[in-house]
Design a protein around this ligand. Structure first.
Ligand SMILES: *Cc1c(COP(=O)(O)O)cnc(C)c1O
Length: 482
């Protein structure tokens, strides 16, 4: 495909885009979780119009775009107040959770380098449930991650955090909540450890930052996780999740400028001029910032409270319904907007249920270790929560009645990928999928027919190899817990 020789008419193009969109997941209908946070058509129209006004704006130069800088400042001030920050609290808007975390990790590395010049091979201590954006940051910036085990409720083991600290530790991390099961780590306890060791503590509230304050105000007991915990030095929170902004917006908040300043970057010798940049990206798109600002102002406290109440209604109904289904149970003790469920011991194959749910039009988020299904509930799901539980019950019954369903569809592939003890092999398989997707002329590969090591293993040995993997993994788990 090439750029057309002659430009095409806008109406024709917009019509084409609208028709291409039909092939995407139907997120307005509430059958998609975690990818889109829909607060109704009126709110979406506000986001679109605010975005359009600033679609060409660029906060790379705050002098040229003072209005965008002002919106950024107001967003971080509103966030600081919401997170009980001290008057000195500061922050910046980024393009998303990953950018917020990359910037935080880079800043903590540079801060440690300044304070401890002798330090080599920096390390960060974090729960094993922390978001992979930390793995990405560690990979990019040459940092080692010390992952700490979680307890039966999926909370990080506090004693394990303290044990993992050593002379190379540059920061501690906890999540509020972690993405997989929606569980809040013991932030206060880890905050005390951070203070005792003189270490900074980042709270990854990317998913929950703009939900928990409202959950608390609605009267649910929420353990402290924000700047009210003295040891907390920084917090990431995504505007494009429960901030109900358009995509491409998050904030990275700091207790004070003494902490924040390490994230700033300046290049002094570029012939194009002095180059100063507060975050990871260069050009900073104006649209997402304007839309996020409009979302805060448009919803107001009453709007956020109303959306959060609807969200909790949805999550509560799923939480109440799943344990009633024979063989299923909830995973982790989440009380908020996120729910995770899996199989009780001896229960049906979760990945087979997932395939059945997809056949009924649900978009399903599959997890591993343990096999589970994730739901990020939003206000949009209040209307369909009962239907969801009824469909899970029906699909689980189908799988119980016909266990061979676990050997068809995508279930064997997900089962195998979760179990292969040599994780480098899984990585190679997924790398292969990416190479296939980005091959010349390719668009979306069929992951179930990819020519990769895990698929080959599955083809060659089938379910027999499962039992061997189970034994190896059980042994490894026992060694790790020791
Ligand atoms: C979503 C999420 C991130 C990453 O955010 P992106 O916007 O997807 O880059 C980080 N941490 C947690 C807990 C998240 O849920």
């Amino acid at each position: 495909m090439k750029i057309p020789a002659k430009g095409r008419a806008p109406d024709e193009l917009l019509g084409e885009l609208a028709s291409m969109k039909q092939a995407d997941a139907d997120w307005k209908g509430g059958r998609v979780f975690s990818l889109v946070y829909h607060a109704g058509d009126d709110h979406t129209r506000l986001l679109e119009r605010a975005h359009a006004l600033y679609a060409s704006g660029n906060l790379l130069n705050p002098m040229a775009f003072q209005s965008l800088r002002r919106m950024e400042a107001e967003i971080t001030q509103m966030t600081a107040a919401l997170f009980h920050g001290p008057p000195e609290a500061v922050g910046a808007v980024t393009s998303g959770g990953t950018e917020s975390l990359l910037v935080a990790v880079a800043a903590y590395r540079d801060r440690a380098r300044k304070q401890r010049r002798w330090m080599r091979s920096p390390e960060i201590v974090l729960p094993r449930t922390a978001h992979p954006a930390f793995d990405k940051a560690a990979h990019y910036f040459g940092i080692r991650l010390r992952k700490v085990e979680v307890d039966a409720g999926q909370r990080v083991d506090v004693a394990g955090v303290e044990r993992a600290i050593n002379a190379r530790t540059i920061a501690l991390v906890v999540s509020a909540p972690q993405y997989p099961h929606g569980v809040i780590d013991p932030v206060e306890e880890v905050g005390m450890i951070a203070e005792r060791h003189g270490l900074p503590l980042h709270v990854d509230a990317c998913i929950g930052g703009f939900a928990l304050p409202w959950v608390e105000r609605l009267g649910r007991p929420v353990p402290r996780w924000d700047f009210r915990v003295p040891g907390v030095t920084s917090i990431s929170a995504d505007l494009h999740k429960y901030g109900y902004a358009g995509k491409g917006a998050s904030v990275l908040m700091w207790r004070s400028m003494a902490d924040m300043k390490h994230q700033f970057f300046v290049a002094t010798d570029f012939p194009g001029g002095i180059y100063a940049s507060p975050t990871l990206i260069g050009t900073r798109p104006g649209g997402p910032i304007a839309a996020a600002w409009a979302a805060f102002q448009g919803l107001g406290e009453d709007g956020f409270l109303r959306l959060t109440q609807l969200t909790l209604d949805a999550a509560d109904r799923v939480r109440a319904g799943i344990p009633q289904i024979p063989g299923l149970r909830l995973i982790g003790d989440s009380f908020g907007t996120i729910v995770a469920w899996g199989a009780a011991p001896g229960g049906p194959d979760v990945y087979a249920i997932a395939d059945r749910l997809e056949a009924r039009g649900w978009s399903v988020d599959r997890m591993q270790h343990p096999a589970a299904i994730h739901l990020t509930c939003t206000a949009n799901h209040a209307a369909i929560a009962d239907q969801y539980v009824a469909d899970v019950a029906a699909c689980a019954a189908e799988v119980v009645a016909n266990p061979t369903l676990g050997r068809s569809g995508t279930a064997p592939m997900y089962g195998m990928i979760a179990k292969v003890p040599v994780r480098a092999m899984v990585k190679r398989s997924v790398m292969k999928v990416l190479e296939t997707m980005y091959a010349p002329g390719a668009i979306v590969p069929d992951v179930t027919s990819a020519d990769d090591p895990v698929s080959k293993l599955l083809e060659r040995y089938g379910p027999q190899v499962d039992a061997v993997f189970d034994k190896v993994n059980a042994l490894r788990e026992r060694l790790r817990r020791r």
